[in-house]
Design a protein around this ligand. Sequence first.
Ligand code: ADP
Ligand code: MG
Length: 337
Amino acid sequence: ESLINRIAAGEIIHRPASALKELLENSLDAGATTIRVTVKDGGLKLLQIQDNGSGIRRSDLPILAERFTTSKLTTFSDLTKLTTYGFRGEALASISHVAYLSVVTKTRTSTCAYKALYSDGKLVPAQPGQSEEPKPCAGNDGTTITIENLFFNTPTRLSALRNTSEEYARILDVLTKYAIHNPKVSFMCKKAGSSSPDLSTPSASTTRHAIKMLYGPSIEKDLLQIAVNEDMKGEVSWSSEVYFTNVNYQAKKTILLLFINSRLVESTRIKRAIENVYTGILPKGVSPFVYLSLKIDPRSVDVNVHPTKKEVHFLNEEEITMQICDTLQAKIAEKSH
Ligand code: ADP
Ligand code: MG
């Protein structure tokens, strides 16, 4: 059974960056305004994320890393998330099957923090013979999640992830994208033991400023912005915000930051449609930067596609994509006159 769980976990947690993505979304869901990430060996040895969000109640800790269950559903009673992503509640569970997972958390109203350790979905004691119950400890408001020795029990996957600097680059890439999508939140990322962060953003920034900070000042001069939306009675209504480069910015390959309902996703179709807009405008070998945030009715996201699968699909995908791309094209044309 544990082998099956490990395989299932590997479907959700492919590498350190995919674990980080899940943890980031949890911290953002919890209303964090400061998120600090510490990494050792590309996240394989250590991946720690500290937030100042709502914290987790002591009574929720025993089932925190349980796979999606009715008890978890009713306890966390957050049905909105269910509809946002189809079905959820698997990230911490999955991580606990393929790594050592520990949580230190404190809610605003609690007088102390609690520390809990998890393995294979369940609370485990810190030392053999001790109680597995969460232990009171000192700690700030918020949550610190620590993942150690990721994939220690799945050697095949571990050996596929030998290049720790590539894994670290992927972690920074995910953080960069979430920092742009959440410019009000301060993000920080560093290697364990290092005093200087490799990524650091201020709080209360703007999307434009975050893009400039993280992708370099040369992008900003060329950055255009549009908002496209549709609101039809009885029909799927949606809205989008797009920041994209005009013809002067020259990326080697398309940089697309695609967020659907605040979740970073990939879509080959949307990427192709955007690239089509720029074909003929940009010289060969030159590509744009595009940040696209799309808000759609959660019920129109394809629930048959697992949310952690890379490709996302949603209702009226073609029309929505076309409308956005047409507006984008018109804006570029307008600017070139
Ligand atoms: P999901 O986010 O889909 O519910 P997860 O396994 O990612 O499933 O997390 C389980 C639950 O643990 C979340 O719903 C949330 O209530 C709680 N949680 C996880 N991380 C945090 C955090 N950083 N701050 C507050 N609550 C958290
Ligand atoms: Mg989650």
